[in-house]
Design a protein around this ligand. Structure first.
Ligand code: SAM
Ligand code: SF4
Length: 326
């Protein structure tokens, strides 16, 4: 499927819930965001139907996200049913890792292939400050068990917010010599008027890595994902670094994805308010062909790019990250 700007669309990010057990400063206010009533959230049956239909249009990659996807009841059974459709060749999840430790094996068995785990720091106090609810040891144990279960490659998402310091950088540099993980530094996006502020730029992180004297960052191709990150290796390291620059060097020209929100809207672009309601159609007897047309409408609505720039304090995006899925 090719969009109006000649981009091949083969990837759907599915938010299975808007709820989360954390309240990360860059994502949600302390008091949380009023959760949607359960009836407003797409049922697993509805999501499976959507994936079957868009699968016939060429979507082969699905990432499950949230909110926190692992807080939704029955997620493992849902993944088994999704796997049984035999349509998706790359099935991944983005998670805060807090509940992963006890679930990693069963998720793998159900057909989940790999996970991205959010980890901004290995300092327990700072972790608690950023996530407002989280406990570092649970996420670290989630990472360990994800590796042991073979949910690989494990990628770690590090948001470059104002909390990120040189100590964190030194920890992550050391980590890629100890574990085969891809540590991805993500520029902070000022979405939904969040409380956090912007931290280092990706260029500043690269420069600091260079100053640690471990050698030159060598560009590499990672065999999965084909997403927005550019990956690099340091000599002798088991893992790698990825850099994601949605603001300073946006990658809209290669964007291959659409999002489905937990309340049943297609979002053609993370950084735009355009949404196409599919839930109403799903719940009023629409045929597969009619659902397919809504998806194609969303593909046609993909803009050529966003115009957020490094000096913007806030984006015009109404929803918060937890309500979109990142
Ligand atoms: N709860 C899961 C998690 O935290 O991994 C999945 C949902 S979360 C919204 C998806 C990703 O978005 C996470 O890696 C998170 O760090 C990232 N994120 C959230 N708010 C962000 C922001 N303002 N700027 C950049 N990344 C952000
Ligand atoms: Fe929850 Fe993820 Fe948002 Fe943190 S980033 S509040 S874990 S949805």
């Amino acid at each position: 499927m090719i969009d109006s700007f000649n981009r091949a669309i083969d990837y759907l990010r599915v938010s299975v819930t808007d709820r989360c057990n954390f309240r990360c400063t860059y994502c949600m206010p302390d008091e949380g965001v009023s959760p949607l009533p359960h009836a407003e959230i797409l049922s697993y049956e509805e999501i499976l139907r959507m994936i079957r239909i868009v699968g016939h249009l060429g979507v082969r990659k699905v990432r499950l996200t949230g909110g926190e996807p692992l807080v939704r009841k029955g997620i493992t059974g849902f993944i088994s049913r999704l796997t049984a459709l035999n349509i998706i060749t790359d099935l991944s999840m983005t998670t805060n890792g807090s509940l992963l430790s006890g679930m990693a094996q069963e998720l793998k068995k159900a057909g989940l292939q790999r996970v991205n785990i959010s980890l901004d720091t290995a300092n327990p106090e700072k972790f608690a400050l950023i996530t407002r609810r989280g406990r570092l040891e649970e996420t670290l144990s989630g990472i360990k068990n994800a590796l042991a279960a073979g949910l690989t490659p494990v990628k770690l998402n590090v948001v470059l917010s104002e909390h990120f310091t040189d100590d964190d950088l030194i920890y992550f540099v050391d980590l890629i010599y100890r574990l085969p993980v891809a540590v991805r530094f993500i520029e902070y996006m000022p979405i939904g008027a969040d409380k956090a502020g912007r931290g280092y730029s990706v260029a500043a992180v690269k420069e600091r890595i260079h100053k640690l004297g471990k050698g030159l960052l060598q560009p590499i191709a990672l065999d999965t994902g084909n997403g927005p990150a550019r990956y690099y290796r340091l000599p002798g390291a088991l893992g790698s670094f990825g850099f994601i620059t949605p603001i300073s060097e946006h990658f809209c020209g290669q964007c291959n994805r659409l999002r489905l929100t937990a309340d049943g809207k297609f979002k053609p672009c993370l950084l735009s308010n355009t949404e196409i309601d599919v839930k109403t159609a799903l719940r009023s007897g629409a045929t597969d062909e009619e659902i397919k047309q809504l998806f194609l409408q969303a593909v046609r609505a993909k803009p050529s790019g966003h115009n957020l720039c490094p000096t913007d304090k806030h984006s015009e995006v109404d929803r918060r990250m937890s309500q979109i899925g990142g």
